[in-house]
Design a protein around this ligand. Sequence first.
Ligand code: PHE
Ligand code: FE
Length: 288
Amino acid sequence: MNDDTHVLDSPPSGAAPDWTIDQHWDRYTPEEHATWDTLFARQAKLLPGRASNAYLRGLDVLKLSKPGIPDFAELNDRLAGLTGWQVVAVPGLVPDDVFFDHMANRRFVAGNFIRRPDQLDYIQEPDVFHDVFGHVPMLADPVFADYLAAYGRGGRRALGLDALQYLGRLYWYTVEFGLIAEPEGLRIYGSGIVSSFAESQFALDDPSPNRIAFDLARVMRTEYRIDDFQQNYFVIPSFDELLRLTVETDFAPLYEELKALPGIAVATIEADDVVLTRGTQAYAAAKV
Ligand code: PHE
Ligand code: FE
Protein backbone atom coordinates (compact mmCIF):
# COMPACT_ATOMS: atom_id res chain seq x y z
CA MET A 1 0.00 0.00 0.00
CA ASN A 2 1.05 3.57 -0.26
CA ASP A 3 1.01 5.65 2.82
CA ASP A 4 2.90 8.88 3.28
CA THR A 5 4.31 7.90 6.64
CA HIS A 6 7.82 6.49 6.46
CA VAL A 7 10.50 5.75 8.95
CA LEU A 8 13.73 6.81 7.30
CA ASP A 9 14.93 9.92 5.48
CA SER A 10 17.89 8.42 3.65
CA PRO A 11 18.55 4.93 2.31
CA PRO A 12 19.60 2.51 5.07
CA SER A 13 23.07 0.98 4.84
CA GLY A 14 23.20 -1.70 2.16
CA ALA A 15 20.58 0.06 0.01
CA ALA A 16 21.45 1.83 -3.25
CA PRO A 17 21.03 5.64 -3.57
CA ASP A 18 17.64 4.96 -5.20
CA TRP A 19 16.72 2.90 -2.11
CA THR A 20 16.64 -0.44 -3.92
CA ILE A 21 18.10 -3.58 -2.40
CA ASP A 22 18.68 -7.09 -3.66
CA GLN A 23 15.64 -9.33 -3.23
CA HIS A 24 17.98 -12.04 -1.88
CA TRP A 25 15.66 -14.70 -3.23
CA ASP A 26 18.16 -17.40 -2.18
CA ARG A 27 17.70 -16.39 1.48
CA TYR A 28 14.02 -17.31 1.77
CA THR A 29 13.48 -20.31 4.02
CA PRO A 30 11.24 -23.28 3.13
CA GLU A 31 8.76 -21.96 5.74
CA GLU A 32 8.62 -18.59 4.00
CA HIS A 33 7.98 -20.19 0.62
CA ALA A 34 5.27 -22.30 2.28
CA THR A 35 3.58 -19.13 3.63
CA TRP A 36 3.41 -17.78 0.07
CA ASP A 37 1.99 -21.09 -1.18
CA THR A 38 -0.69 -21.12 1.53
CA LEU A 39 -1.74 -17.55 0.76
CA PHE A 40 -1.58 -18.17 -2.98
CA ALA A 41 -3.74 -21.32 -2.90
CA ARG A 42 -6.40 -19.61 -0.81
CA GLN A 43 -6.66 -16.55 -3.09
CA ALA A 44 -6.30 -18.40 -6.39
CA LYS A 45 -9.35 -20.46 -5.49
CA LEU A 46 -11.40 -17.44 -4.50
CA LEU A 47 -10.62 -15.00 -7.31
CA PRO A 48 -12.05 -16.50 -10.52
CA GLY A 49 -15.41 -14.79 -10.96
CA ARG A 50 -14.38 -12.08 -8.48
CA ALA A 51 -11.21 -10.51 -9.85
CA SER A 52 -11.17 -8.49 -13.08
CA ASN A 53 -10.24 -10.25 -16.30
CA ALA A 54 -7.10 -8.11 -16.55
CA TYR A 55 -5.95 -9.25 -13.11
CA LEU A 56 -6.61 -12.94 -13.79
CA ARG A 57 -4.84 -12.70 -17.15
CA GLY A 58 -1.81 -11.15 -15.41
CA LEU A 59 -1.69 -13.94 -12.83
CA ASP A 60 -1.64 -16.39 -15.71
CA VAL A 61 0.83 -14.78 -18.12
CA LEU A 62 3.30 -14.03 -15.31
CA LYS A 63 3.13 -17.68 -14.17
CA LEU A 64 2.56 -16.62 -10.59
CA SER A 65 1.17 -20.06 -9.77
CA LYS A 66 4.70 -21.45 -9.77
CA PRO A 67 5.30 -22.63 -6.16
CA GLY A 68 7.25 -20.39 -3.77
CA ILE A 69 7.88 -16.68 -3.47
CA PRO A 70 8.49 -15.37 -7.01
CA ASP A 71 12.04 -14.50 -8.00
CA PHE A 72 11.86 -10.85 -9.15
CA ALA A 73 14.47 -11.51 -11.87
CA GLU A 74 12.23 -14.13 -13.47
CA LEU A 75 9.15 -11.96 -13.10
CA ASN A 76 10.99 -9.02 -14.65
CA ASP A 77 11.92 -11.02 -17.74
CA ARG A 78 8.23 -11.63 -18.39
CA LEU A 79 7.10 -8.11 -17.49
CA ALA A 80 9.78 -6.49 -19.66
CA GLY A 81 8.30 -8.05 -22.78
CA LEU A 82 4.71 -7.21 -21.83
CA THR A 83 4.65 -3.62 -20.57
CA GLY A 84 8.23 -2.65 -19.69
CA TRP A 85 7.50 -2.62 -15.96
CA GLN A 86 10.01 -4.02 -13.45
CA VAL A 87 9.68 -4.98 -9.80
CA VAL A 88 12.43 -3.69 -7.49
CA ALA A 89 12.94 -4.57 -3.82
CA VAL A 90 13.09 -1.84 -1.18
CA PRO A 91 13.53 -2.02 2.60
CA GLY A 92 9.99 -1.10 3.66
CA LEU A 93 8.31 2.22 2.93
CA VAL A 94 10.31 4.79 0.96
CA PRO A 95 9.91 8.60 0.77
CA ASP A 96 7.21 9.87 -1.58
CA ASP A 97 9.57 11.40 -4.13
CA VAL A 98 11.47 8.10 -4.38
CA PHE A 99 8.22 6.14 -4.70
CA PHE A 100 6.95 8.40 -7.50
CA ASP A 101 10.26 8.48 -9.30
CA HIS A 102 10.41 4.71 -9.54
CA MET A 103 6.78 4.56 -10.62
CA ALA A 104 7.15 7.18 -13.33
CA ASN A 105 10.01 5.06 -14.68
CA ARG A 106 7.95 1.86 -14.59
CA ARG A 107 9.63 0.40 -11.55
CA PHE A 108 7.28 -0.96 -8.94
CA VAL A 109 8.78 -0.93 -5.45
CA ALA A 110 8.06 -4.04 -3.40
CA GLY A 111 8.93 -5.29 0.05
CA ASN A 112 10.99 -8.48 -0.04
CA PHE A 113 9.96 -9.87 3.36
CA ILE A 114 6.95 -12.12 3.87
CA ARG A 115 4.47 -12.04 6.78
CA ARG A 116 4.71 -14.57 9.60
CA PRO A 117 2.42 -17.62 9.58
CA ASP A 118 0.30 -16.03 12.34
CA GLN A 119 -0.31 -12.95 10.12
CA LEU A 120 -1.99 -14.62 7.14
CA ASP A 121 -5.08 -12.43 7.36
CA TYR A 122 -3.71 -9.06 8.25
CA ILE A 123 -0.44 -7.13 8.24
CA GLN A 124 0.29 -3.49 8.90
CA GLU A 125 3.11 -3.04 6.38
CA PRO A 126 2.88 -4.34 2.83
CA ASP A 127 4.89 -7.54 2.36
CA VAL A 128 5.92 -9.42 -0.77
CA PHE A 129 2.55 -11.17 -0.95
CA HIS A 130 0.58 -7.93 -1.00
CA ASP A 131 3.04 -6.21 -3.31
CA VAL A 132 3.56 -9.04 -5.79
CA PHE A 133 0.32 -11.04 -5.70
CA GLY A 134 -1.76 -7.89 -5.19
CA HIS A 135 -0.11 -5.40 -7.53
CA VAL A 136 2.06 -7.11 -10.11
CA PRO A 137 -0.59 -8.97 -12.17
CA MET A 138 -2.12 -5.60 -13.08
CA LEU A 139 1.28 -4.40 -14.34
CA ALA A 140 0.97 -6.97 -17.14
CA ASP A 141 -2.08 -5.10 -18.49
CA PRO A 142 -0.96 -2.45 -21.02
CA VAL A 143 -3.64 0.10 -20.09
CA PHE A 144 -3.22 -0.23 -16.35
CA ALA A 145 0.55 -0.18 -16.84
CA ASP A 146 0.21 3.21 -18.54
CA TYR A 147 -2.11 4.46 -15.80
CA LEU A 148 0.36 3.64 -13.04
CA ALA A 149 3.30 5.25 -14.87
CA ALA A 150 1.18 8.38 -15.46
CA TYR A 151 0.28 8.29 -11.77
CA GLY A 152 3.99 8.36 -10.89
CA ARG A 153 4.49 11.48 -13.05
CA GLY A 154 1.38 12.99 -11.46
CA GLY A 155 2.86 12.24 -8.04
CA ARG A 156 5.99 14.25 -8.72
CA ARG A 157 3.78 17.12 -9.85
CA ALA A 158 1.45 16.85 -6.84
CA LEU A 159 4.44 17.08 -4.48
CA GLY A 160 5.26 20.50 -5.92
CA LEU A 161 1.61 21.59 -5.72
CA ASP A 162 1.18 20.48 -2.11
CA ALA A 163 -1.65 18.19 -3.19
CA LEU A 164 -0.47 14.74 -2.16
CA GLN A 165 -3.53 14.18 -0.01
CA TYR A 166 -5.82 14.37 -3.06
CA LEU A 167 -3.67 12.26 -5.34
CA GLY A 168 -3.15 9.72 -2.55
CA ARG A 169 -6.91 9.20 -2.31
CA LEU A 170 -7.02 8.46 -6.03
CA TYR A 171 -4.40 5.75 -5.51
CA TRP A 172 -6.28 4.37 -2.55
CA TYR A 173 -9.64 4.11 -4.30
CA THR A 174 -8.24 2.76 -7.60
CA VAL A 175 -4.91 0.95 -7.31
CA GLU A 176 -5.51 -0.35 -3.80
CA PHE A 177 -9.30 -0.73 -3.45
CA GLY A 178 -10.82 -0.31 -6.91
CA LEU A 179 -13.80 -2.14 -8.38
CA ILE A 180 -14.64 -2.37 -12.09
CA ALA A 181 -17.97 -2.98 -13.82
CA GLU A 182 -17.37 -5.80 -16.30
CA PRO A 183 -20.04 -7.26 -18.62
CA GLU A 184 -20.38 -10.25 -16.28
CA GLY A 185 -20.77 -8.06 -13.19
CA LEU A 186 -18.74 -6.16 -10.60
CA ARG A 187 -15.15 -7.31 -10.26
CA ILE A 188 -12.24 -6.35 -8.01
CA TYR A 189 -8.89 -5.09 -9.26
CA GLY A 190 -7.51 -3.20 -6.24
CA SER A 191 -4.44 -4.88 -4.77
CA GLY A 192 -5.59 -4.41 -1.18
CA ILE A 193 -8.71 -6.40 -1.99
CA VAL A 194 -7.32 -9.16 -4.22
CA SER A 195 -4.58 -9.93 -1.70
CA SER A 196 -7.05 -10.20 1.21
CA PHE A 197 -9.07 -13.36 1.81
CA ALA A 198 -11.76 -11.57 3.79
CA GLU A 199 -12.02 -8.33 1.82
CA SER A 200 -12.18 -10.07 -1.57
CA GLN A 201 -15.50 -11.44 -0.35
CA PHE A 202 -16.66 -8.39 1.63
CA ALA A 203 -16.03 -5.91 -1.21
CA LEU A 204 -18.42 -7.69 -3.58
CA ASP A 205 -20.88 -9.57 -1.39
CA ASP A 206 -21.40 -7.68 1.85
CA PRO A 207 -24.41 -5.31 2.11
CA SER A 208 -22.44 -2.96 4.37
CA PRO A 209 -20.26 -0.77 2.07
CA ASN A 210 -21.37 1.81 -0.49
CA ARG A 211 -20.48 1.04 -4.09
CA ILE A 212 -20.42 4.31 -6.03
CA ALA A 213 -19.63 5.13 -9.67
CA PHE A 214 -16.13 6.57 -9.98
CA ASP A 215 -15.92 10.36 -10.16
CA LEU A 216 -12.46 11.93 -10.05
CA ALA A 217 -13.18 14.98 -7.86
CA ARG A 218 -15.47 12.98 -5.57
CA VAL A 219 -12.82 10.31 -5.02
CA MET A 220 -10.16 12.93 -4.31
CA ARG A 221 -12.34 14.42 -1.59
CA THR A 222 -13.15 11.13 0.11
CA GLU A 223 -11.43 10.15 3.34
CA TYR A 224 -10.55 6.51 3.94
CA ARG A 225 -9.62 4.15 6.70
CA ILE A 226 -6.43 2.19 6.59
CA ASP A 227 -7.08 -0.28 9.40
CA ASP A 228 -10.28 -2.08 8.39
CA PHE A 229 -12.52 -2.97 5.46
CA GLN A 230 -13.50 0.02 3.31
CA GLN A 231 -16.93 1.63 3.72
CA ASN A 232 -16.89 2.91 0.13
CA TYR A 233 -15.74 1.31 -3.07
CA PHE A 234 -15.62 3.30 -6.30
CA VAL A 235 -16.48 1.54 -9.54
CA ILE A 236 -14.75 2.37 -12.83
CA PRO A 237 -16.41 1.49 -16.16
CA SER A 238 -13.12 0.34 -17.75
CA PHE A 239 -9.37 0.81 -17.47
CA ASP A 240 -9.41 2.76 -20.74
CA GLU A 241 -11.82 5.22 -19.20
CA LEU A 242 -9.78 5.54 -15.99
CA LEU A 243 -6.65 6.23 -18.03
CA ARG A 244 -8.36 8.68 -20.36
CA LEU A 245 -9.96 10.63 -17.53
CA THR A 246 -6.83 10.94 -15.41
CA VAL A 247 -4.42 11.68 -18.27
CA GLU A 248 -6.67 14.22 -20.01
CA THR A 249 -7.50 16.15 -16.85
CA ASP A 250 -5.07 18.81 -15.69
CA PHE A 251 -5.05 18.21 -11.95
CA ALA A 252 -3.54 21.60 -10.97
CA PRO A 253 -6.80 23.62 -11.15
CA LEU A 254 -8.69 20.67 -9.69
CA TYR A 255 -6.38 20.63 -6.65
CA GLU A 256 -7.04 24.34 -6.15
CA GLU A 257 -10.81 23.75 -6.17
CA LEU A 258 -10.49 20.83 -3.78
CA LYS A 259 -8.39 22.81 -1.33
CA ALA A 260 -11.38 25.12 -0.83
CA LEU A 261 -13.78 22.24 -0.15
CA PRO A 262 -14.15 20.07 2.94
CA GLY A 263 -13.31 16.37 2.76
CA ILE A 264 -16.11 13.82 2.54
CA ALA A 265 -16.38 11.52 5.57
CA VAL A 266 -15.96 7.81 4.82
CA ALA A 267 -19.52 6.53 4.63
CA THR A 268 -21.33 9.68 3.43
CA ILE A 269 -23.36 9.61 0.20
CA GLU A 270 -23.43 12.87 -1.76
CA ALA A 271 -26.51 14.16 -3.59
CA ASP A 272 -24.94 13.76 -7.03
CA ASP A 273 -23.36 10.33 -6.46
CA VAL A 274 -24.32 7.58 -8.86
CA VAL A 275 -24.93 4.89 -6.27
CA LEU A 276 -24.72 1.25 -7.34
CA THR A 277 -25.22 -0.10 -3.84
CA ARG A 278 -26.27 2.02 -0.91
CA GLY A 279 -24.48 0.35 1.97
CA THR A 280 -26.18 -0.53 5.24
CA GLN A 281 -22.91 0.33 7.08
CA ALA A 282 -23.88 -2.51 9.42
CA TYR A 283 -20.31 -3.83 9.49
CA ALA A 284 -18.85 -0.51 10.69
CA ALA A 285 -21.74 0.10 13.10
CA ALA A 286 -21.19 -3.27 14.78
CA LYS A 287 -17.61 -2.25 15.56
CA VAL A 288 -18.31 0.83 17.68
N1 PHE B 1 -3.25 14.38 -15.17
C1 PHE B 1 -2.60 14.38 -13.90
C2 PHE B 1 -2.02 15.80 -13.58
O1 PHE B 1 -2.29 16.75 -14.29
C3 PHE B 1 -1.51 13.31 -13.81
C4 PHE B 1 -2.07 11.95 -13.53
C5 PHE B 1 -2.30 11.03 -14.55
C6 PHE B 1 -2.33 11.57 -12.24
C7 PHE B 1 -2.80 9.77 -14.27
C8 PHE B 1 -2.82 10.31 -11.95
C9 PHE B 1 -3.06 9.41 -12.96
O2 PHE B 1 -1.34 15.96 -12.59
FE1 FE C 1 -0.32 -1.68 -2.04
